[in-house]
Design a protein around this ligand. Structure first.
Ligand code: PGA
Ligand code: ZN
Length: 423
């Protein structure tokens, strides 16, 4: 039973305040969890409660969320059986009472929901992934490694936000990670040779002063080959365009590339990129306000590659249902803090599967050392995770946890590989 719940204000990887919660059980076991924070957020996401008090942390403090956990949520939950996760998550939604968790804050609610799951797993003496997923949980995901950063995650002219390596030809997660890491370091060498900056963006990928996506993709292909791998066959590519950030008055503004494109022109451009490069997945190719764009590209490219909805779907079961009905895309990005409870996140993934959508578990650009999403990806057998570059401890924490899980599962582990990713 839940004995005590405590929240505190800590820092995320960008040096901004975020919330951490501890759920203590009367058995002496406890669980602790921290919530992340996005930069290119979707406008339909659940609300991240910030103090807006300019005299502290430039208004980004989360003392109100901490207060809501300690003073409003904790007294309601103390004494309850912590293993009743879905019931307690629904109670948290009721206590808030709003559609987007704006009263108590999705950050406050999620931190409680996650630490509740962890406390229960601890008490049962089983790993978090096994608690959340049961005996069926055994698929280690292909890591989508964001090694070139652009958009609002970096100060370079690249319009697209993320350029990812997809080491899908590996036989195990550990091998996939090694392939990605070797390519990442080779890429660093290449950038140095070209006298380009090797400083990194928010997710640990390099942020060189280049403006065109082709230049970034060429660098990746070159690095893959130089590292000794076969582009496409062993390591494929993926991009998160984060196009909501580029959309103004019905057009897509690409200042780095020096172009302003219509929905149709942008679709054509994506088509060419997919012809010329081994791209297996495009995330947010269009704005959250442009479902027509999503429909268009899914009808053109959806049979060949994954089209992933992030900003437009925000891990929200209602929006995912809409996307399935309207054929807006064929995959959904899953971020716990977009929706705000563990139960609703699991529901979002189950709904996606029922609609023959893929699901990709994702970090945020502002992260913490909490590796909850690593366990979640195995628990739900999503077969794919994106958690940045293999650099910066808040990113490597997730990779390292996946290494531990693969080792723990031993022969029972199944690496997702190509078949899970392919359309
Ligand atoms: P965010 O970016 O965490 O800044 O929203 C990640 C993404 O767009 O996928
Ligand atoms: Zn995204």
């Amino acid at each position: 039973r839940i004995a005590r719940i405590r929240a505190r204000e800590i820092l995320d990887s960008r040096g901004n305040p975020t919330i951490e919660v501890e759920v203590h059980l009367d058995s002496g076991f406890y669980g602790r969890a921290c919530v992340p924070s996005g930069a290119s957020t979707g406008k339909h996401e659940a609300l991240e409660l910030r103090d807006k008090d300019k005299s502290r942390y430039l208004g980004k403090g989360v003392q109100k969320a901490v207060f809501n956990v300690n003073e409003i949520i904790a007294p309601q939950l103390e004494g309850l059986d912590s293993s009743r996760q879905s019931e307690i998550d629904m109670l948290l939604c009721e206590l808030d009472g709003t559609e987007n968790k704006s009263k108590l804050g999705a950050n406050a609610i999620l931190a409680v929901s996650m630490s509740l799951a962890r406390a229960t797993a601890e008490e049962l003496g089983i790993p978090l992934f096994a608690y959340l997923g049961g005996v069926r949980a055994r698929v280690l995901p292909v890591p989508f490694m964001n090694v070139i950063n652009g958009g609002v995650h970096a100060d370079n002219p690249l319009d697209f936000q993320e350029f990812m390596l997809v080491p899908w030809g590996a036989e195990s997660f550990a091998q996939a990670l090694r392939m990605g890491v070797e390519t990442y370091h080779t890429l660093k060498g290449l950038l140095k040779e070209k006298k380009l900056s090797t400083s990194v963006g928010d997710e640990g990928g390099f942020a060189p002063q280049i403006g065109s996506p082709e230049e970034a993709l060429d660098l990746l292909l070159f690095a893959i080959e130089k590292a000794g791998y076969k582009p496409g066959e062993e390591i494929a590519l993926a991009m998160d365009v984060a196009a909501s950030e580029l959309y103004k008055e019905g057009l897509y503004h690409l200042p780095g590339l020096g172009k302003i494109l219509s929905r149709e022109e942008l679709t054509e451009y994506y088509g060419k990129l997919c012809e010329n490069y081994p791209i297996v997945l495009l995330e947010d190719p269009f704005s959250e306000d442009d479902p027509e764009g999503f429909k268009l590209i899914t009808s053109k490219l959806g049979g060949k590659i994954q089209i992933v909805g992030d900003d437009i779907l925000v891990t929200n079961p209602k929006r995912i249902k809409w996307a399935i009905e309207e054929k807006l895309c064929n995959a959904v990005l899953i971020k716990l803090n977009q929706i705000g409870t563990v139960t609703e996140t699991i529901q979002a993934v189950e709904l996606a599967y029922r609609g023959s959508f893929r699901a990709m578990i994702s970090h945020r650009s502002g992260e913490t050392e909490d590796a909850f999403i690593a366990d979640l990806s195995v628990a739900l057998n999503t077969g794919q995770i994106k958690t940045g570059a293999p650099a910066r401890s808040e990113r490597t924490a997730k990779f390292n946890q996946l290494l531990r899980i693969e080792e723990y599962l031993g022969d029972g582990a199944l690496f997702a590989g190509k078949e899970f990713i392919k359309k």
